[in-house]
Design a protein around this ligand. Structure first.
Ligand SMILES: Nc1ncnc2c1ncn2[C@@H]1O[C@H](COP(=O)(O)OP(=O)(O)OP(=O)(O)O)[C@@H](O)[C@H]1O
Length: 349
């Protein structure tokens, strides 16, 4: 089922927690909403699921209005499954009972309920906890029960609020793969909320960046990373440096810029004009080299070992911010380094 938000507004007290949010999630899409703590992610999910009324705009699920001025369909009338950060398990039921519950209420045969419950528990590696109560599980295990219940439900639209937040890293990776596989197999429209960009990149067909109640950009992960729409998105996703440059010419998505002593062609939006602009350089846009062939030279201000490479901030004369550069060997503090640029992205004005 598709989900459409049309100029959605949510107000708590005097705070506009969601401010004019419009987006469309296509049927079968894995759509991730990413943003810092408090930006409104959970509220967005609660509005879609029907747990919270909206204050403006409208929400459509599969073309049917489920929330609008004077209209608020109850959660059970919206046909969406929800996996919460807080699990929402039945405390009096066993793990297996929780997973079986949606199947039983859907009137499945006993043998099918048993089979499907076992499959879903195996998927989340909880088979041996089937007879425990939720209270006797760790937070991460409870989360996996909630996921298994959602898998069992077979909902065609699933909303997930940080479902992997409390898991160990190794289980997290495994659950990401499970989720991807489940998504491919079920083709369920999935709205997934997280503040973890690595997780968003790994799972999403498209990522929406929510910032202070506003939707800044919704695009494929590669586009969000390579062509962020503004500084907030550029700084929130991935790593890199933003420096002020002078655009001397621009045509058909390529701009020639001057930064310090260097000239470089970089990618830009079509209507870029000559003048001052902000250039995003990801670490892979910059190569360290000897003095010969260097476009820029700088001195290492700071470096950190990141496993496999050293990440250095290199101060370059004429630039208003240091460049983040990845180096194979550990640089000495103050070491002089030559740099070559490969490309960059001019942030839209
Ligand atoms: N019931 C409520 N009453 C008043 N304010 C609320 C309520 N629920 C949320 N808020 C406020 O709305 C803002 C957005 O909250 P929300 O839970 O949607 O953020 P979030 O992006 O999911 O954050 P986190 O990643 O920390 O879970 C926050 O400032 C929060 O304090």
């Amino acid at each position: 089922m598709s989900i459409k938000l049309d100029q959605v507004v949510k107000v708590f007290g005097t705070q506009r927690v969601l401010d004019d949010v419009s987006l469309t999630i296509a049927e079968g899409e894995f759509f991730v909403v990413l943003g810092p703590s408090g930006c409104g992610k959970s509220t967005l999910l609660r509005l879609i699921s029907g747990l919270e009324p909206l204050d403006g705009g409208r929400i459509l699920i599969n073309g049917r209005e489920v929330a609008a001025s004077g209209l608020h369909l109850a959660p059970e009338q919206r046909g969406v499954g929800v996996v919460f950060q807080s699990y929402a398990l039945w405390p009096h039921m066993t793990v297996a009972g929780n997973v079986a519950f949606p199947l039983e209420t859907a009137g499945r045969s006993r043998s099918e309920v048993t089979r499907r419950t076992e499959e879903c528990l195996a998927t989340v590696e909880l088979t041996r906890f089937a007879d425990r109560k939720p209270a006797d599980l760790s937070g991460g295990q409870r989360q996996r029960v909630a996921l298994a219940r959602c898998l069992a439900q077979g909902a065609s639209t699933i909303l997930m609020d940080e479902p992997l937040a409390n898991l160990d890293p190794h289980l997290r990776g495994a659950m990401e793969e499970e989720l991807s596989a489940f998504h491919k197999a079920s083709a369920a429209t999935t709205l997934f909320i997280t503040h973890d960009q690595r997780e968003a990149m790994a799972l999403a067909d498209r990522i929406a960046i929510l910032w202070d109640g506003r939707l800044l950009q919704a695009d494929a992960p590669e586009v969000i990373y390579r062509r962020p729409r503004n500084r907030h998105v550029a700084g929130f996703i991935g790593q890199g440096s933003i420096v002020t440059v002078r655009v001397t010419a621009a045509e058909a998505g390529t701009a020639h810029v001057r930064l310090g002593k260097a000239g470089q062609d970089v990618a830009c939006v079509a209507d870029t004009q000559p003048g001052t602009a902000a250039l995003l350089l990801r670490p892979e846009d910059i190569e360290a080299c000897g003095d010969e062939g260097a476009q820029l030279c700088g001195r290492v201000e700071r470096s950190v070992y990141r496993g496999g490479f050293h990440e250095a901030d290199v101060a370059v004369e004429g630039l208003d911010a240091p460049l983040m550069v990845r180096l194979a060997g550990r640089p000495a503090a103050g070491e002089r380094i030559g740099l070559r640029l490969r490309s960059g992205w001019l942030l839209p004005a």
